[in-house]
Design a protein around this ligand. Structure first.
Ligand SMILES: O=C(O)C1=C[C@@H](OP(=O)(O)O)[C@@H](O)[C@H](O)C1
Ligand SMILES: C=C(OP(=O)(O)O)C(=O)O
Length: 443
């Protein structure tokens, strides 16, 4: 048994002894779990969220909805949500969860209580002002210190007028998802128009639309940069959460960097998750990627990645799938050809400035990396061990362990930050790499 590392420990990322051969089950999707919880809390009756992800971001969402008035029972693997009127004064801890800071204020506006929001130190720098301005435009009273950031208080009056909202969502798709998720409960619904540079992470808006439709909500997606939700009831739903495909990145990367084989059980055949793009990205880097039958998987299938003998570089626009950048950057640093990762200026507003952090930390291991306004480029260079700082960013830790699987001596600062979206990531990772080849693991 591995003991859970504390934030001050350095985690010795295990190097792979040779090509891996693994079959893994991964925890549920953060993005799907938090959308399901939120919609369940404003639905007409009780919902179930099966195979919910149990991690910091999702327990913060459950706590936020509970403090508003909903009943969220997280005692088993299937979480049960029973809506109740939002009436009490409440305090919401957003931690470092963008989905809590952006998605909860529009439903807090339905409360007749005062709801105070705050979060981790870095969360006070992540943008949310567009959501607050939009809510004010819909008639909601919000108190903040004028920075358009945490901390702020939403003072609802028990109902929201709703209607037309124009905002600039070029720094986060979550601004749009936030308003759409609550919109059916507004008197006039909500009609959201984006004006500005292109919206990033569009698959996440498609996910929002799909989950809303599962709840019987009418969503109009005709027209560019416009999404409208009709007013009406939100039906209760029995959700089954897919595995988190973005969190699959470090596991699939193990096949890519060792020339081995990794199968992720229950990879969905169709999904709105951004991580599904890994199938194409890894193919471009020389991996063989295919769906395979997996007898012991609940769906009977999985995704198999077989790594190449020579890992190719990649030239790719990650604007739609920015959260994959840290893992792809680590792969690019290990590739034998040049790479260019483009279109991701917005990830400077993620858990940390990911472009600056990746450039600094991968360079510290020897990578030849150039930081651009909207991306990173790499030329091949040998990596060596060293300390890799993670800046409280779970995906920086994923980048670190990928490098560490290929290069001995990578020591990861604060690997516990992975708890944002993955329970006991380090224990699971170490267990995989300590195992004889050909075994399978649960996550
Ligand atoms: O709606 C969501 O669940 C998410 C949207 C994306 O945010 P941005 O649009 O801010 O990139 C993504 O990066 C984040 O991990 C999850
Ligand atoms: C950007 C991310 O998270 P958040 O939901 O906090 O924005 C992420 O998980 O990569």
């Amino acid at each position: 048994m591995s003991s859970a590392p504390s934030s001050t420990d350095l985690y010795d990322a295990p190097a792979a002894a040779g090509p891996v051969d693994l079959v893994v089950s991964l925890p549920g999707s953060k993005s799907l779990t938090n959308r399901a919880l939120l919609l369940a809390s404003i639905a007409e009756g009780p919902s179930v969220v099966r195979r919910a992800l149990r991690s910091r971001d999702t327990t913060l969402m459950a706590a936020a909805l509970t403090s508003l008035g909903a009943h969220v029972d997280t005692s088993s693997e299937d979480w049960r949500v029973t809506p109740a009127p939002f009436a009490a004064d409440a305090a919401v801890d957003c931690g470092l969860a963008g989905t809590v800071m952006r998605f909860v204020p529009p439903v807090a506006a339905l409360s007749s209580g005062a709801v105070a929001f705050d979060g981790d130190a870095h969360m006070r720098n992540r943008p949310v002002g567009e959501v607050l301005t939009a809510l004010r435009g819909l008639g909601v009273t919000i108190e903040d210190d004028g920075r358009g950031a945490l901390p702020f208080t939403v003072r609802g009056s028990g109902s929201v007028r709703g209607g037309l909202v124009t905002l600039d969502a070029s720094s986060s798709s979550q601004f749009i998802s936030a308003l759409l998720l609550a919109g059916a409960r507004y008197e006039q619904g909500v009609d959201v128009r984006h004006v500005g540079k292109p919206v990033p992470s569009l698959p996440h808006i498609e996910m929002t639309v799909q989950v809303l439709r599962m709840h019987g909500v009418e969503v109009d997606t005709d027209g560019a940069n416009r999404w409208a939700v009709a007013p009406g009831p939100v039906a209760a739903v029995d959700h089954v959460i897919e595995p988190d495909l973005s969190n699959a990145a470090p596991f699939l990367a193990l096949a890519a960097v060792t020339g081995g084989r990794v199968v992720v059980r229950d990879w969905p055949a169709e999904t709105t998750q951004a991580g599904d793009v890994l199938r194409d990205l890894l193919t471009q880097m020389g991996c063989q990627v295919s769906f395979v039958d997996v007898a012991d998987a609940p769906t009977g299938r999985g995704l198999e990645v077989v790594g190449p003998s020579v890992l190719a570089g990649v030239d790719v626009d990650l604007h739609d799938v920015g959260e994959l950048t840290p893992a792809v950057a680590a792969l690019a640093a290990l590739a034998q050809g040049p790479s260019h990762l483009r279109g991701v200026e917005h990830i400077r507003f993620h858990e940390t400035d990911r472009l600056a952090a990746l450039a600094t930390e991968l360079r510290g291991l020897g990578a030849a990396v150039t930081e651009h306004r909207d991306g990173l480029s790499f030329t091949p260079a040998p990596l060596s061990g060293g300390v890799f700082r993670t800046y409280a960013d779970h995906r920086m830790a994923h980048a670190a362990v990928i490098a560490g699987a290929a290069v001995p001596g990578v020591r990861v600062e604060d690997v516990a930050t992975t708890s944002k979206t993955f329970p006991d990531f380090a224990g699971f990772w170490s267990g995989l790499l300590a195992r004889p080849t050909g075994s399978s693991s649960e996550g």
